[in-house]
Design a protein around this ligand. Structure first.
Ligand code: PLP
Length: 379
């Protein structure tokens, strides 16, 4: 069976062969519990975890002590937001309408506890205005939650300026950097007080994420998971040693080839966008903003609603939004927040490129898209 050309690297990435190879010994041969420090099996596992912590920390220019391993970015997001807000009897959070559902739903769950939330709008280019943040601040604002790179459009928020503003306001900033880390350089200490990312978005395994806690910020997080006090009492639970080892190897790999890969992917993406621009009624969303180098979000206006992704699905693996929301045929909340109308949002497609994407893949994808558009226009 011929698999579709994979252009959904923002949903997940394949594990690198060297990642899989590094993980294998930690399933059976070195099976020890990383918390069992009285004997060699445990110590070998602990060493492997600490080596990976160093590799992961280095990727974001942090120290190993600032990295907490979790099961996913989603868990890191829940830990950061709920764990921090648990310090206050009364609180207000400022976030942005285009955040990932993992952030939006975590914030929404806190309204039951009397916490109020401001969802800032974005401009047409997908970026939040610093003035909007300033205007939303209240005396009880306890946390800013603003992502680094959007998963649907690749739009980058002006996070360094936002962090400077947050510091001047003395309000901690948590940034979801899941789509940015491993793709573009991220210096965590210059970016946020709390920051999360995930191995499976950067050629590592699924089921492991990281939460960075800036050592200068003196932030106390209440754990979501209580137990043996693993991960500095922030996240109890026996560590997933094979996955953590894989995360470390992936972190080292993406760091080594990041600049080369950015340059290559920009060229490949330009090829895609130039070809899309020759089709009638196609708009690239967020094109006016700084963006991740490997993401294109395109609206195909004037097509019968939302059949493009389905029609292409045997040939090209793409999505109409984030991996979780593409199951439900609803207009993307990210695109509607950027002022795109419902029909156009339903006719939008995310192409996300990666390590194995070639020029010839893009040429084939363009041919397939052209044929599908013609078919839909005549239906
Ligand atoms: N945040 C963003 C921006 C994402 O794109 C994703 C995954 O799609 C997540 C959070 C959740 O990551 P994980 O799958 O590790 O829970």
């Amino acid at each position: 069976m011929q698999l579709p050309i994979y252009l959904d690297y923002n949903a997940t990435t394949p594990c690198l062969p060297e990642v899989v190879e590094a993980m294998i010994p930690y399933f059976a041969q070195h099976f020890g519990n990383a918390s069992s420090k009285n004997y060699l099996q445990g110590l070998v596992a602990e060493d492997a975890v600490e080596c990976a912590r160093e590799q992961v920390a280095t990727l974001v220019n942090a120290t190993p002590q600032e990295i907490i391993f979790t099961s996913s970015a989603t868990e890191a997001i829940n830990t950061a937001i709920k764990g921090y807000l648990n310090n206050f009897a009364e609180a207000h959070i400022i976030t942005v309408a285009t955040e990932h559902k993992a952030v939006l739903e975590t914030c929404a769950s806190l309204t039951d506890k009397g916490i109020t939330i401001t969802y800032l709008p974005v401009q047409e280019n997908g970026m939040v205005a610093l003035s909007a943040i300033k205007n939303a601040v209240r005396p009880i604002t306890r946390l800013l939650v603003i992502m680094l790179a959007n998963n649907e459009t690749g739009v980058l928020q002006p996070i360094k300026e936002i962090y400077q503003l947050a510091q001047s306001l003395r309000i901690p900033l948590f940034t979801d950097a899941t789509q940015a880390v491993g793709k573009i350089p991220v210096n965590a200490a210059e970016t946020a007080d709390l920051l999360c990312f995930s191995a499976h978005k950067m050629y590592g395994p699924k089921g492991v994420g990281a939460l960075y806690i800036n050592k200068k910020s003196a932030i106390h997080l209440h754990p979501l998971l209580h137990g043996g006090g693993h991960e500095r009492n922030v996240r109890s639970g026996t560590l997933n040693v094979p996955a953590i080892v894989g995360f470390g190897v992936a972190a080292e790999y993406v760091q080594q080839c990041m600049y080369e890969e950015i340059e290559r992917l920009l060229l490949v993406r330009n090829r895609l966008e130039q070809a899309l621009a020759t089709l009638p009624n196609v708009t690239i969303n967020g094109q006016q903003a700084p963006r991740l180098p490997h993401v294109t979000n395109a609206t195909f206006s004037a097509l019968p609603t939302s059949n493009l992704v389905k029609l292409l699905s045997t040939k090209v693996a793409i999505s109409s939004g984030s991996a979780c929301s593409s199951v439900v045929n609803q207009p993307s909340h990210v695109l509607t927040a950027m002022g795109i109308d419902t029909l156009d949002a339903l006719n939008s497609v995310r192409f996300s490129l990666g390590k194995y994407t070639t020029d010839s893949d893009i040429d084939s994808v363009i041919e397939e898209v052209k044929q599908a558009v013609t078919q839909l226009q005549s239906s």
